[in-house]
Each structure stands twice: as structure tokens, then as C-alpha cells.
Design a protein around this ligand. Structure first.
Ligand SMILES: *Cc1c(COP(=O)(O)O)cnc(C)c1O
Length: 353
């Protein structure tokens, strides 16, 4: 007998973007981290932590954090579930809802690859519905797939596009399973689908502190939904999935919306500038609502550009995937990072002419 279930032997593990060792001199534009530090309120909250309290288990409901979410987003605390990153909540959703041939996982592609990985582990049948070239939500095909879970990332990664609220509404109305709206990048966008949780019991909104709040290292995410939807997730959740330090620091970060929004404005302004600069270098660029840009080179090969940039100490993301094989996903960095990126790309393109 082998060590693992046949499902696990057959599946591919999720491959995260490269994380260079701390101290490596590198411009890191590959995993959509925030280029700016977190709020100073986080450092202040860290000072208040009494190490003796770590003797005890943390609050299984992370109420200190849920109360901050209640105050900021005007939702009752029992409409909030907190996770070890929003990846943890994605995992809970698949564990609780998807199974085999009948309880299918559905999502439009290209999108966040973890949806596929988690479904493969279960295992659960997956229906991938390709986005058309204009990234209109393929509503009919998604609905007809009758998912126990339908994942929609909006803004989507790696395309950067947003799904109109009316399309999400139509999807939620015509789906009997759960519709997950993954808003990892909402802090850089113009609107949120949060109001839909009041309208539809089957909708859950996922948020993370990893991108907008610059706390990817803390591992904190949350879901907002009707308590009837959350009930099943709480059964599956590890009791102590979020540690005591994260709960306190996360609450401090989320209460400081002013700081988060001002950094997001900076990133959005840089995103627009980087878009123009890439277009000047001949790239075609999708309009992005996140803190990253998906760009297609005019004549060059994206994979070789990715490798040349890596040689020069600049990491961007290259996906060896149909539909994405000649594209680069570039996270928006500081103004300085972006300038070095553009200058380096210019030089590489010149040399290869
Ligand atoms: C980054 C990201 C997440 C995961 O965020 P964590 O909270 O760090 O686990 C979820 N969904 C999408 C689409 C993301 O890009």
C-alpha cells in the first residue's frame, strides 16, 4: 500500500510564486504583495501583546477581529468567519461543500489556481468555463454547470478585470449552490459585491489582509455571509485556525482604513503609470482593477522575458498555461521599483532586436 490516497498521488501540488531569502537584493513583483509597509497601528498593537497570554489558546471565533470588521463594514459579528489567510476559507468551502461527481466545483478561467488544487484534493468534479476574450462573465455556462460551489474572483487574477454587480446578482439568483466572490484585490477596485450578502443567502464574500493591508506574512483573511451559510464552515474549521497575535494585529490594521486607502490610491496611480509605460514598450495590457498588470509583449516571448528579468534581479510571474503562455503578470511596486522594471525591460527589448 502506498502512503497516499490515489487522488493525492494523481494531483499536482499548488506552486506558489518564488519567495527569495530575506536580505536578497531583488525587485519582487511576482506575488502581488503590497510594496508599502502595513499601518503603524500594527506595530503599536504588537507592543501591547503580553507574551504570557500566549499560554492560552486563542479565541476560536476571533471576536476581537470580528468586532473590528463589524465596525468597519457594518455587518453583524456572526456574519463573519476568520481564516488563516483567505486560502484557509477557500479550503473550508471545498471541504464542506464539494464532493465527487455530484457536488461540483465551477469557475471561469483563467483565475486563481488554488480553486483547482483544493478541488483535486477533495476530490470533487471541476467544471472550468473559459472566459471569452472580452472577459464577460459566461453566465449561461456557469449556471448550467450547477456547481455546489461557484468561485468568482473579482477583481480577477491574473486578468485584473472586475465582474459587474448585475452579473453576480444573476449568477447568485440562478445558482442553488454557494457563490463565492473572492475579493482579495477589492482594496484597489472601484466597488465591492458586499451588498449581495444581504440579498442572497448563498453568497459569501472573501477578503484578505494580504494585499490591501500589506500583511501577507500575518496570514489573515475573512468571509462575510449569512450565518446559515457560515454554520457548515464553522463545523469544518480548525478550532484555533487563527493565532492570538494575528487577531490583535489584524484588528488594528482593519480599523485603520484611512491608511489602507491612501496606500491603495498610491498603488492605483502607479498602476496607471505602469500601464502606460508598458504600452509604450509595445506591450498590450488589460485594464486592471488590482495591484498587478497582465501584459502581452508585442514581438518577444514572455517566458524568455521572464527569465531575462530574473537574471537582472527582477521577479515577475509567468504562468505556463494555455491562454497565459505569452503573458506576464507584474505586481505594481513602488515608483522606484516600477522605474527600474521599465528601464530593464527597455534594455532587454533593445538587445534582442
Ligand atoms: C492572494 C489571493 C488570495 C489569498 O490570500 P491569502 O489571504 O493570503 O490566503 C485569495 N484569492 C486570490 C484571488 C488571491 O490573489
Amino acid at each position: 500500500m502506498g502512503y497516499f490516497r490515489s487522488t493525492i498521488n494523481a494531483m499536482m501540488g499548488y506552486v506558489p510564486g518564488e519567495q527569495p531569502a530575506p536580505g536578497t537584493r531583488i525587485i519582487k513583483l511576482n506575488t502581488n504583495e503590497n510594496p508599502y509597509p502595513p499601518s503603524s497601528k500594527v506595530a503599536e498593537a504588537l507592543q501591547t501583546i503580553d507574551v504570557n497570554h500566549l499560554r492560552r489558546y486563542p479565541d476560536p471565533f476571533a471576536n476581537e477581529f470580528r468586532q473590528a470588521v463589524r465596525d468597519v463594514f457594518q455587518v453583524p459579528t456572526d456574519w463573519v468567519i476568520v481564516g488563516n489567510g483567505s486560502d484557509d476559507i477557500l479550503n473550508l468551502l471545498v471541504r464542506a461543500c464539494a464532493e465527487g461527481e455530484e457536488r461540483t466545483v465551477v469557475y471561469p478561467t483563467p483565475t486563481y489556481v488554488l480553486y483547482k488544487t483544493l478541488s483535486a484534493m477533495q476530490p470533487a468534479n471541476v467544471v472550468e468555463v473559459p472566459y471569452p476574450e472580452n472577459f464577460q462573465l459566461p453566465l449561461v455556462d456557469l449556471t448550467e454547470a450547477r456547481g455546489a460551489i461557484t468561485f468568482i474572483a473579482s477583481p480577477n487574477s491574473p486578468s485584473g478585470h472586475m465582474v459587474p454587480l448585475d452579473d453576480l446578482r444573476t449568477l447568485a439568483k440562478n445558482t442553488s449552490g454557494i457563490v463565492v466572490i473572492d475579493e482579495a484585490y477589492v482594496d484597489f477596485a472601484e466597488y465591492s459585491a458586499l451588498p449581495l450578502v444581504q440579498e442572497f443567502e448563498n453568497v459569501i464574500i472573501l477578503r484578505t489582509l494580504s494585499k490591501g493591508y500589506a500583511l501577507a506574512g500575518l496570514r489573515l483573511g475573512f468571509g462575510i455571509a449569512n450565518p446559515k451559510l457560515l454554520a457548515g464552515l464553522f463545523k469544518v474549521k480548525d478550532s484555533y485556525n487563527v493565532d492570538a497575535i494575528s487577531i490583535t494585529l489584524g484588528a488594528a490594521a482593519i480599523r485603520d482604513q484611512t491608511y489602507k486607502n491612501s496606500r491603495a490610491s498610491q498603488v492605483k496611480a502607479s498602476r496607471e503609470k505602469l500601464t502606460l509605460d508598458l504600452q509604450q514598450l509595445g506591450f498590450s495590457v488589460f485594464k486592471s482593477h488590482g495591484n498587478f498588470i497582465l501584459a502581452t509583449p508585442a514581438k518577444h516571448n514572455a517566458e524568455s522575458l521572464y527569465l531575462s528579468l530574473k537574471d537582472q534581479g527582477i521577479l515577475v510571474r509567468y504562468f505556463k498555461q494555455t491562454g497565459l503562455d505569452n503573458k506576464l503578470r507584474i505586481s505594481v511596486g513602488t515608483e522606484e521599483d516600477n522605474t527600474i522594471l521599465i528601464k530593464t525591460l527597455f534594455e532587454i527589448l533593445q538587445q534582442d532586436r
